[in-house]
Ligand binder design. Structure first.
Ligand SMILES: [Zn+2]
Length: 177
């Protein structure tokens, strides 16, 4: 049985509204994002996370109910991995059907709090490059390919890329980067 981290409020919100209006928390306007630009931005995202992970207090929770920079970075690494698989599905299935991913369970089972910041920075580099390589294969009409999340949310490859870009931008705001 998994022990739960009671200080962190599970995030089971449906964030797909960020595809329709700018995010009130971070200001990012996903709908205005060119999906074809997302892949080429990933190396810069990875570099930003490397700087975050070099902070001397990266392991500390500034607030007890919020992840540390390190925990956010581990989450972002796993988001990159998950989205690599999801875009591979989108390119081979129509519609692609995504398995549920519980990010809060992943944080506990992955023991994010005890990860090594330098290792995580390297893992983010690797995962960002893998995801960029998959996104580079999405072209033309591929952006209209469809996907369904287990909660019923519908995406196209284009809105999935926009959703991803908001998620990454939002988490950099979460850590003040
Ligand atoms: Zn946001």
């Amino acid at each position: 049985m998994t022990t739960t981290d009671t200080a962190i409020e599970p995030d089971d919100k449906d964030w797909t509204w960020v595809l329709r209006e700018p995010c009130q928390e971070c200001g990012f306007d996903a709908a205005a994002t060119d999906p074809a630009s997302v892949g080429s931005g990933l190396a810069g995202q990875a570099a930003a996370w490397r700087r975050v992970l070099e902070r001397p207090d990266a392991r500390e929770r500034r607030r007890p109910d919020r992840w540390s920079d390190l925990e956010y970075a581990c989450h972002v690494r796993d988001v990159l991995t998950i989205f690599t698989g999801r875009f591979e599905q989108v390119l081979t299935e129509d519609p692609a059907r995504f398995a549920n991913w519980d990010q809060d369970v992943a944080a506990i089972e992955g023991d994010y709090a005890h990860a090594d910041p330098a290792s995580v920075a390297g893992e983010i580099d690797v995962e960002a490059a893998r995801l960029a390589a998959v996104l580079a294969r999405v072209d033309g009409a591929d952006w209209e390919r469809r996907a369904l999340r287990s909660n019923g949310s519908e995406f196209t490859a284009a809105t999935l890329a926009q959703y991803l870009q908001h998620d990454l931008a939002h988490h950099l705001v979460d850590v003040g980067a």
